[in-house]
Design a protein around this ligand. Structure first.
Ligand code: S3P
Length: 168
């Protein structure tokens, strides 16, 4: 089984992925970590050197390398939905799970982690959030709203929905 977690920055993908992987007996892969390893520099430096296009190109290359990887939970970056090519590699054989969250709750979590490469100000982040909602929704077959839920509760909700898919 292959699970791909998508959702806006700070939606909980990186916290949920290892717990979900251990609950399902799967490995966990962080795409951002693979991108950093491939580029040999930090995400901040990738953005500074080549802008978003350079980052998306690396993201697509990492997704291509993961195309046939099974028994894994793949945690993605929030902008992974930006390129359909990247999503094709990821969705081919995977169950895509969207972790959704209200913009206000996300902002509470994002504020202490600023600065971030793609975060200029709240208005711009809100526009990006609005633009990506339909993409997250389109690509995912499992949707879990994380508002007000602890990480354990989110893992449990995803786990239950995945079991439902395995049985059907
Ligand atoms: C990005 C989100 C980041 C990282 C990069 C781009 C985005 O990942 O991939 O900075 O476009 O939203 P997280 O969602 O883990 O913060």
């Amino acid at each position: 089984m292959r699970i791909v977690l998508i959702g806006f920055m700070a939606s909980g993908k990186s916290s949920v992925a290892p717990l979900l992987a251990s609950a399902l007996g799967l490995e966990v892969v962080e795409m951002d970590a693979l991108i950093v390893a491939k580029a040999g520099k930090s995400i901040k430096d990738i953005f500074e050197a080549g802008g978003e296009p350079a980052f998306r190109k690396l993201e697509a290359a990492v997704a291509a390398e993961l195309q046939n990887r099974d028994n894994v939970v793949i945690s993605t970056g929030g902008g992974v939905v930006a390129r359909s090519e990247t999503m094709k590699y990821l969705t081919d054989k995977g169950v895509v799970v969207e972790l959704s969250c209200s913009f206000d709750a996300l902002m509470e979590r994002i504020r202490p982690t600023l600065p971030r490469p793609l975060f200029k100000d709240e208005a711009q982040a809100k526009a990006t959030y609005a633009k990506r909602q339909s993409l997250y929704h389109k690509y995912a077959s499992v949707h879990v709203n994380t508002d007000g839920k602890s990480v354990d509760e989110i893992v449990e909700a995803v786990f239950r929905k995945i079991q439902g898919i395995k049985k059907s």
